[in-house]
Write a protein of this length. Structure first.
Length: 168
């Protein structure tokens, strides 16, 4: 999990070209990434988060080696998004932010995770301190990367004939 988490930090925080893509759209780039612990619903229990922020949650099913990665996209929205708003265009830039975050995450992979594929997008309707969308991705997961390389090929199998007859 650590490798994918660090990869997301690299993509959103440490890569100037990606940060510039947000700026080119008139958006603030992601300023904070953390593992999800309820920061959006109980901010008083956490250090002050700087927005826009991504909160990451991992769920891994070891029986089928599949992972679900949930990314809570938090963007401080102080404008009215209603149909009668004078600032609607500016207020709806949040959707551009979500689209760019999704574009940068989709296809991301690490040593233990296969390519992240979008599964669901959901708007957080519970009371939170910011506007929030929840992006969910699925990917294959391999806890022990050495196991990936331990598979043989069919050319390595020595087939002996008449084994069944020899057992009788």
């Amino acid at each position: 999990m650590k490798d994918l988490y660090l990869k997301l930090i690299e993509i959103f925080i440490e890569t100037p070209e990606n940060r510039q893509r947000f700026t080119d759209l008139g958006l603030d780039p992601v300023k904070h990434i953390d593992l999800y612990s309820g920061q959006d619903v109980n901010p008083e229990y956490f250090e002050l988060a700087v927005y826009p922020a991504l909160f990451i949650h991992f769920h891994i099913d070891h029986l089928v080696n599949e992972a679900t990665i949930t990314v809570r996209v938090c963007y401080e929205q102080l404008r009215d998004t209603s149909s009668v708003s004078a600032m609607q265009t500016e207020a709806l830039k949040f959707f551009d932010f979500i689209d760019l975050v999704d574009e940068l995450i989709t296809g991301t992979e690490s040593e233990s995770f296969g390519k992240l594929q979008p599964a669901t997008t959901d708007q957080q309707t519970e009371e939170t301190v910011t506007d929030e969308f929840i992006l969910t991705y699925t990917a294959s997961y391999q806890k022990n990367t050495a196991a990936r390389e331990s598979y043989g090929t069919y050319e390595d199998v020595d087939i002996q004939g008449k084994l069944y007859k020899n057992l009788l």
